[in-house]
Ligand binder design. Structure first.
Ligand code: GDG
Length: 472
């Protein structure tokens, strides 16, 4: 008689928490440290489980990513160079990314990219299906893998399957420009539960399902009927590893700002959704309209290189280089340079020191699923509290209401809020920051992961049962 093992947690994402690199000493594993790793690695290490994803390079025959002391299994998905172009740079980053950020004018639509996306999603589903037993819970992550839930459902009809989208879900009028919009909806509806960062994205998704698939929906309870099953749809706002960032901030050496300098900080991947040119223009506008800040403030913008294979990103880099040059050329003096611009990534403890020592964080994406930078900034504000200036277009704005909220397209508004942030009395800074910190400390990434997993399990139990529907 076989004894059944404990149900596993299986995380599926485009990238694995380890990347393969080939150096002079042969293949080596490099660890990555994003939000997903912070969310799931402790759980996988504690309970055992599997992570399915792409290692960044093709494994050669005989090569393995696993090491003997691994606390959970790593299952690599092989992707060829041409599939990296089609599935990843193409369909994921040139088609879905701009459309989902409500910037369809930047998107391209290519049948070959779509076919590659379908094929690679099927491979993710196959690798996952081979790694699981009935009862194992699977969480598929993000826009790269929207077809995988339905593809996996064929092989795993009863397993609890969840899908979480890390970027916004656009309104129907934008979504419908996607030639493959229906297929993508049917793909995610293979899951028992579909999670988004905020309730606005849930509403958009349910609208699209109703309009494009004609499905029966219950907006109030977040239910969609599809293929004889009931799928639950809900918001789960992602948090950060708050204690980790707070303790980094308590121990990191000083950032090195001079004592009479006030610093505005921007931290982003170099991406057109992050609104970096608009932010630089707003800063120039502040110097124009409030000359009292000249010589006294510095804007430090950290831009991490990203997706340089995509033409749009190379164009953006040139645009930012030129804008920084123009603004510095116009306002600099012999002793002061207004904008310090770093185009690289820095270690996390240095980042924590910048967050801690900055006076203002300027987080002004044109559109952003959540935005973790805003949350990391408040976690690191352990000394004299600074001010968060946050775009209303970021998912984070739905809960971080004590920030100064701005419309990032409105340069006058952003400049005025920056002035207000720089002039804010200590008592007001303290009370706003206290509330922001309390919320992020409680709603942290561990609470998020626990809740999401519990809800996927419940949804899977209920998905074949008839429910009470509010379809009006
Ligand atoms: C996607 C969604 C959603 C940045 N510079 C450095 C560095 N970082 C780290 C930050 C932060 C992360 O990168 C950026 O996260 P964001 O959430 O701001 O943005 P995306 O990369 O676009 O993430 C977004 C997120 O997924 C999660 O669901 O919030 O809306 O677009 O963690 O700390 N880290 C280090 N050095 C740097 O120079 N070490």
């Amino acid at each position: 008689m076989s004894t059944r093992r404990k149900a596993l947690l299986v995380t599926v994402s485009n990238r694995l928490p380890v990347t393969l690199r080939r150096g002079a000493r042969g293949p080596e594993r490099v660890r990555s440290s994003g939000g997903l790793v912070a969310a799931f690695e402790p759980m996988l290490e504690h309970r055992g489980g599997v992570w399915v994803g792409w290692p960044g390079l093709e494994l050669r025959p005989g090569e393995s990513l696993s090491e003997p002391d691994d606390l959970y299994q790593i299952k690599p998905v092989g992707i060829t160079k041409s599939e990296v172009r089609g599935y990843y740079h193409g369909f994921s980053n040139r088609t879905l990314w701009p459309v989902f950020h409500t910037l369809p004018g930047r998107a391209s639509f290519d049948m070959a990219d779509w076919e590659s996306y379908e094929r690679v999603n099927q491979r993710f589903a196959d690798v996952t299906a081979n790694a699981i037993d009935p009862g194992d819970l699977v969480l598929v992550n993000d826009y790269h893998l929207m077809l995988a839930p339905a593809q996996l459902r064929h092989a795993a009809p009863t397993n609890p399957i969840g899908f979480f989208l890390h970027i916004p879900f656009p309104p129907y009028d934008v979504y419908r420009v996607l030639p493959w919009g229906r297929n993508l909806l049917r793909g995610v509806l293979g899951a028992d539960l579909i999670g988004f960062h905020v309730s606005g994205y849930v509403r958009n998704f349910v609208d699209c399902v109703q309009q494009l698939l004609g499905a029966r929906v219950d907006r109030r309870s977040g239910l969609v009927e599809h293929d004889g099953r009931t799928v639950r749809v809900a918001a789960f706002p992602l948090g950060i590893d708050f204690p980790h960032f707070e303790s980094l901030a308590r121990s990191a050496p000083e950032a090195g700002f001079s004592s009479d300098e006030r610093v505005i900080l921007g931290v982003d991947r170099l991406d057109y959704t992050k609104g970096i040119p608009e932010r630089l223009t707003a800063f120039a506008h502040l110097l124009e309209t409030h000359p009292e800040h000249r010589q006294r403030i510095t804007f430090l913008q950290l831009a991490v290189p990203s997706r340089a294979e995509v033409t749009e990103y190379r164009k953006l880099k040139r645009e930012i280089d030129e804008l920084v040059g123009q603004i510095n050329g116009r306002f600099s003096s012999a002793t002061w340079t207004p904008i310090h611009y770093l185009y690289r990534s820095i270690p996390q403890d240095r980042l924590a020191a910048l967050y801690r020592d900055a006076d203002v964080a300027l987080v002004t994406p044109l559109r952003d699923g959540m935005n973790l930078v805003a949350k990391e900034f408040v976690a690191c504000q352990v000394d004299d509290p600074g001010v968060l200036v946050l775009s209303r277009m970021a998912g984070a704005a739905e809960t971080m209401t004590e920030a100064l909220l701005v419309n990032p397209y409105d340069v006058d508004d952003t400049a005025a809020k920056l002035h207000r942030a720089l002039s804010m009395p200590l008592a007001e800074r303290r009370s706003r920051m206290k509330q922001l910190r309390q919320r992020e400390a409680t709603s942290n990434v561990h609470a998020w992961a626990r809740k999401l997993i519990a809800r996927i399990r419940e949804a899977a139990k209920d998905s074949n049962r008839e429910r009470r529907w509010n379809t009006r």
